[in-house]
Design a protein around this ligand. Structure first.
Ligand SMILES: [Zn+2]
Length: 176
């Protein structure tokens, strides 16, 4: 995992932003949300961190929009400093951390929970660590941020703008 989780021990001098509200010294963003994504790539295709970077550069970004990227082998890549606002969930980037896992489509190109056991393990370990650093933050899937069209307080399947991340994030054990 990236050493910025425990790094960046600056005093905050010279910064006007709020400090100290999170567990990290010098962290200038207030984190209230962790958003899980998939790359929407086929499970039988390798999508490297270089591919991801190239893809996001084509969208005009200087670096990957997510903060972490979890490959099929379970390796967690730190793709963006946590201090920097992400570019992954419109309207929610300021106060969130974005994590993407490699996959999300089956071999036919249909949305599916394609996470390997190693990806599941890494995702849990990463989210548990982040929840210690940012206590009380909510964990959700990208699709759960779709508008609640009928206003019943629940973003239902019919309201999802997209399938990402192709599994029920809120139903997983890190939310308990
Ligand atoms: Zn997404």
């Amino acid at each position: 995992m990236g050493n910025h989780l425990e790094g960046n021990h600056s005093s905050g001098v010279g910064h006007s932003g709020r400090t100290g509200s999170n567990g990290l010294c010098g962290m200038k963003r207030n984190i209230s949300l962790i958003v899980v994504h998939c790359t929407a790539t086929r499970v039988d295709i390798d999508f490297t961190q270089k591919d991801l970077l190239r893809c996001h550069r084509l969208k005009g970004m200087s670096m990957v929009g997510y903060h972490f990227y979890i490959r099929k082998d379970g390796y967690i890549w730190s793709t963006r400093p946590l201090e920097r606002e992400g570019a992954h969930a419109r309207g929610y980037n300021r106060e969130s951390i974005g994590i993407a896992y490699e996959g999300g489509l089956d071999a036919k190109g249909l949305p599916a929970d394609t996470r390997t056991e190693k990806q599941k393990y890494s995702l849990r370990a990463l989210i548990r660590t982040l929840k210690k650093d940012f206590p009380g933050c909510r964990v959700c899937g990208h699709r759960d941020l779709s508008p609640d069209v009928n206003g019943n307080g629940v973003v239902e399947q019919a309201e999802w703008l997209k399938q990402c991340p192709c599994f029920d994030v809120a139903g997983d054990e890190w939310c308990s």
